[in-house]
Design a protein around this ligand. Structure first.
Ligand code: R5P
Length: 304
C-alpha cells in the first residue's frame, strides 16, 4: 500500500507539480516563493512536514543555478523540520551533461549536485531522460541516493502516433542516443537509426546524414533528450529533408529552447515540434505532460 504524502510543487514546476498531485489524488501544497531585489530566492513550505513523506517537484531550467538552489532550500527545510522521507522529483536535472572529468581540475558537476541532495536528507531522486543513464549509475554508487530515471520518449511517440507518424523512421542525432530512437520506434512501429556527422574539408560545414535507411518519401521523427540552441535538431531535420523525407517531426524531452531555437528548427523544414513539460516555457507546437509517468513512478516507489 502507498504511504501518505505531501506533494510540494516548487516555483519552477507549479503546473507540473499540481498535475502530479492530481494524478495521485492528493492536494498540492505549493511552496511560497519570491525573488528579493538582489536576486536571492525566498522559500517557505506551506504545509507541516514533520514525520511526513515529502515529495518536492521542481525542475532546474531555465536559470539552473537559481532553480537548483530553490530546490535544495526546500529539501533542507523539509529535512530540518523533521520530514520522515524526502523524494525530489527533478524532471530536468541540470548538470547531467557534466558527468566526467575530461581535463584535470574540472568539476564533476553531477556528482556535486547529487552529493548536495544527499547531504540534505534526500533519499530518492526521480528524473526524466537524464543525459546519460550510465553516468547516473556511476554517480549513484558514490552516494546514498536512489535515482529513478524515467523516459518521456514513449509518451512523445504516443502523441506522434495520433498525429499521423505511425510507421515513421525514428532517429537519434548521434549513435550515443540510439536508445531514444529505439524507444520511439517501439511505439511508432517503424525502423530506427542514428545520424552520422561528416565535415566538408573545404568549407568546414557539418552535414548529418542517415545511412542504411531509405528515408525517401517516408515520414521521420528525430528524438533527442534536449533541444537547447536547436542547432543539432536543425541539422538533423535538414539532413532528412535533403534525403527526401516527406514529413519530419522534431521531438525532445527537455525543451530548453534558447533564443531562436524554434525558428532555427522550423527554417530547417520541421513539420512539427513536440516536447514534454519537464521544463516550462517550451514554445513547441505540441506539449505532452509527464505527470502520469511521474505519478506512476511515485506510486511504485512509495509502495515499497
Ligand atoms: C547532446 O549531447 C544532447 O543530447 C543534445 O543533442 C544537445 O544538448 C542539443 O543542443 P543544441 O540544441 O544546442 O544543439
Amino acid at each position: 500500500m502507498m504511504s501518505d504524502m505531501i506533494v510540494i510543487p516548487g516555483p519552477a514546476s507549479r503546473e507540473l507539480g499540481k498535475l502530479v498531485a492530481s494524478e495521485l489524488g492528493v492536494e498540492p501544497h505549493p511552496a511560497d516563493h519570491r525573488i528579493f531585489p538582489d536576486g536571492e530566492s525566498y522559500i517557505r513550505l506551506t504545509a507541516p512536514v514533520q514525520d511526513e513523506t515529502v515529495i518536492l517537484v521542481q525542475t532546474t531550467a531555465p536559470a539552473p543555478d537559481q532553480k537548483l538552489l530553490q530546490l535544495l532550500m526546500m529539501a533542507g527545510t523539509a529535512n530540518d523540520l523533521g520530514a520522515d522521507r524526502i523524494v525530489c522529483v527533478v524532471p530536468y536535472l541540470a548538470y547531467s551533461r557534466q558527468d566526467k572529468r575530461f581535463m584535470e581540475g574540472e568539476a564533476l558537476s553531477l556528482d556535486v549536485v547529487v552529493g548536495l541532495f544527499e547531504s540534505l536528507g534526500v533519499g530518492d531522486l526521480i528524473v526524466v531522460d537524464a543525459h546519460s543513464e550510465e553516468s547516473l549509475r556511476t554517480i549513484e554508487e558514490r552516494h546514498e541516493v536512489k535515482v529513478t530515471n524515467l523516459s518521456a520518449i514513449p509518451t512523445l511517440a504516443g502523441e506522434l502516433l495520433q498525429r499521423g507518424f505511425g510507421g515513421a523512421y525514428s532517429l537519434s542525432p548521434d549513435k550515443g542516443a540510439i536508445r531514444l530512437a529505439k524507444a520511439g520506434a517501439g511505439v511508432l512501429g517503424g525502423d530506427s537509426g542514428f545520424f552520422e556527422k561528416t565535415r566538408d574539408r573545404r568549407t568546414g560545414e557539418i552535414e548529418m546524414r542517415v545511412r542504411d535507411l531509405d528515408i525517401g518519401g517516408g515520414r521521420a521523427v528525430v528524438f533527442d533528450d534536449i533541444i537547447s540552441s536547436g542547432g543539432t535538431m536543425a541539422r538533423a531535420v535538414e539532413g532528412l529533408k535533403a534525403q527526401g523525407a516527406e514529413k519530419v517531426a522534431a521531438a525532445c524531452t527537455h525543451a530548453l529552447f534558447m533564443e531562436g531555437a524554434k525558428e532555427r528548427i522550423e527554417k530547417a523544414g520541421a513539420d512539427l515540434i513536440i516536447a514534454s513539460d519537464t521544463v516550462n516555457g517550451g514554445i513547441c507546437d505540441v506539449t505532452v505532460t509527464v505527470a502520469p509517468l511521474i505519478a506512476e513512478s511515485l506510486r511504485e516507489l512509495l509502495s515499497n
